[in-house]
Design a protein around this ligand. Structure first.
Ligand code: FAD
Ligand code: N01
Length: 548
């Protein structure tokens, strides 16, 4: 589609168009408005919240401590909002994001129930022509995506999928009024969404059958209600906490000793692992040693510890065999559990290891594995997401030569960015939490603030210096992508098929498109590039600067 032909004198122009109104889009809008730019945010949902708008399945909650899993750009906001528990539930996080939208009066610049379908860069005007699913077109100097890394559902193409006569849906598309009472329910998948929802589904359904492909590493949540006095103290120490978050590898301000598992005797290791296990939450296990993701032996030691915990958690040891995690600890995003293992042993719950007896097809009546047929009223796909690039690829994004982003990044091997924020051939486009940034391995609101702050500094620089367009050079992009891969190739991440690599869907990709140097190092790199007048970028001036 040639969007240029759709432009008329009435076509609305904005300085910036932002896609998405989750953590990313909301903060981006706030900063762009502060900078005095005209902005329009387009959001497919009826409200703000992103992930927390869509994922309404029972049991949905964050697994990063709530006191860190929020914005920290405003101390006033931080002081005004009080989380009720350590891992807040989806309704509470959604209320928080609505509160943010109201506090900063963001809604007036957001158009809900509107999907961006195409965005094409026009060389002649140095602007983006943006097509919306209501058929209208707008133009903008800057095109900024906050589309989310886990916002495009993955429902595997099982044979006969559409023949099922009952109700079938994905966890991120939970029906508003759903009564599970008296129903025979099947859940496919035991990632974070499955593990969180299964105990709640098991409480309601007449019978629940779980179809698990791979055993997963988990940690107990140790969730609790926050104590009023503790919260007061945390708020009083906001500045120090924020500084520590900035200086910590993943934006979660817990201490991470720089030591190898192998520096300790097995007894000492188990003590360290046990202390972290008792605290609850995956980040605490990951923080125990610095070589868990690089050293096979170190990783195996943690894997053995978690594996033994699973044998302790379930009485039925054959079930425990089936639940044993595969791959390495931490190379798939590990899972925090609340009541998962207890639910598996309820009388109304059956568990199937579909690695041994694969799902062959979905039938009109239910799910058929290679061994048995299961009559169901409801099938729930807890099968994850087309992660990182899925939502970007749903938009027809075309750069300066008409090249499509999807074609440029045709497979995981070809995903190339400069700094995870921009990509060559796509001037004035910025990607929040893009591939090759550290975002998905961090406390994401923190990563989002880091990205948005860099983008706004860049835009301020362009506006002040009368620069019409900024574009990553191919050389800088190649250097960044190579550095990202070189780092990743030294880790165990590349040996695992996960949603990080796209291997959860195609079963093949192993390139790990995430910067693993951590948030402080990443911040230093991107800020130095800004300080040096955007090295690695071509700048097109509106008027040639006067040279002395
Ligand atoms: P999203 O929240 O995904 O928002 C993107 C928005 O863009 C969506 O509302 C979508 O509708 C909209 N959109 C996409 N494409 C278009 C389009 N073409 N047109 C219009 N609108 C569009 N991270 C953590 O760090 N800690 C956690 O505890 C944690 N828990 C999570 C729990 C769940 C259930 C999930 C799914 C993810 C979790 N995450 C967690 C990761 C989460 O993705 C981020 O923390 C964060 O919410 C991402 O915010 P975002 O604004 O970048 O993206
Ligand atoms: O998705 P997943 P998710 N046949 O990809 C299985 C965040 N999040 O929605 O492991 C059979 O992890 C698949 O099996 P396998 C968090 O970042 C956070 O659960 O690929 N099974 C797996 O069991 C998380 O990592 C929270 O072998 C199939 C499951 O489906 C990310 O979102 C809560 C299959 C998918 O697991 C994604 O989590 C929810 C097939 N063809 C989400 N295809 C918190 O706790 C897939 N599976 C904060």
């Amino acid at each position: 589609m040639n969007l240029k032909n759709k432009l008329t004198e009435q076509t609305k122009h904005y300085d910036a168009v932002v896609v998405g109104a989750g953590f990313s889009g909301l903060y981006m809008l706030h900063r762009l408005r502060e900078a005095g730019l005209s902005v329009r945010v387009y959001e497919a949902a009826k409200g703000v919240g992103g992930v927390w708008y869509w994922n309404t399945y029972p049991g949905a909650r964050c697994d990063t401590d709530s006191i860190y899993y929020n914005y920290t750009f405003s101390e006033e906001l931080y002081n005004e909002w009080t989380w009720s528990e350590r891992y807040s539930s989806q309704p509470e996080i959604l209320r928080y994001l609505n509160y943010v939208a109201d506090k900063f009066e963001l809604r007036e610049d957001i158009q809900f129930e509107t999907r961006v379908s195409d965005a094409h860069f026009d060389n002649s005007t140095n602007q983006w022509d943006v097509n919306l699913d209501d058929g209208s077109v707008v133009t903008a100097k800057y095109f900024i995506t906050g589309v989310g890394v886990l916002s495009t559902m993955n429902i595997p193409e099982f044979k006969g999928k559409d023949s099922f006569k009952g109700e079938a849906f994905h966890t991120a598309d939970w029906p508003e009024k759903l009564d599970l009472k008296g129903k025979k329910v099947g859940v496919i998948g035991t990632g974070s969404s499955g593990v969180q929802s299964i105990p709640e589904i098991a409480k309601e359904a007449e019978h629940l059958t779980i179809f698990q492909r791979s055993g997963q590493f988990t940690a107990p949540a140790n969730n609790y209600a926050y104590d009023e006095e503790d919260v007061k103290e945390i708020k009083a120490n906001f500045k120090a906490m924020r500084r520590k978050m900035e200086r910590t590898y993943d934006g979660i301000p817990i201490d991470r000793p720089n030591r190898s598992v192998l520096d300790h005797t097995p007894k000492e290791r188990n003590k360290v692992f046990q202390e972290a296990w008792d605290k609850g939450g995956v980040p605490y296990l990951l923080a125990t040693y610095s070589d868990l993701k690089t050293n096979e032996k170190s990783n195996a030691s943690m894997a053995k510890f978690v594996s033994s915990k699973i044998y302790d958690l379930v009485k039925d040891q054959e079930l425990a065999d089936d639940l044993q995690p595969v791959d390495y600890f931490g190379t798939k995003r590990p899972i925090t559990h609340i009541g998962f293992y207890d639910a598996l042993e309820q009388d109304n719950v059956s568990f199937l290891n579909v690695t041994e007896t694969p799902i062959e097809e979905i039938t009109p009546k239910g799910i058929k594995t290679s061994e048995s047929e299961h009559d169901l009223d409801i099938i729930i796909y807890a099968t994850g997401f087309d992660a990182i690039t899925g939502s970007l690829f749903k938009i027809d994004i075309r750069g300066k030569d008409g090249t499509s982003l999807k074609e440029k990044w045709a497979d995981g091997e070809k995903t190339r960015t400069n700094l995870g924020l921009t990509t060559a051939g796509f001037p004035n486009m910025f990607i929040i939490t893009g591939p090759e940034s550290p975002s998905v391995t961090t406390n994401m609101p923190m990563a989002i603030e880091q990205h948005v702050d860099w983008i706004i500094d860049c835009i301020n620089y362009l506006e002040t210096n009368k620069i019409a367009a900024i574009e990553a050079t191919v050389e800088a992009e190649d250097a960044w992508s190579t550095a990202v891969s070189d780092r990743a190739n030294k880790t165990l991440f590349v040996k695992t098929k996960s949603w990080y690599t796209g291997g959860n869907i195609d079963g093949e990709s192993t390139r790990f498109p995430i910067y693993l140097g951590g948030m402080p190092k990443y911040g230093e790199i991107i800020n130095n590039i800004a300080k040096n007048g955007y090295e690695g970028f071509d700048l097109t001036y509106q008027e040639e600067p006067v040279k002395n």
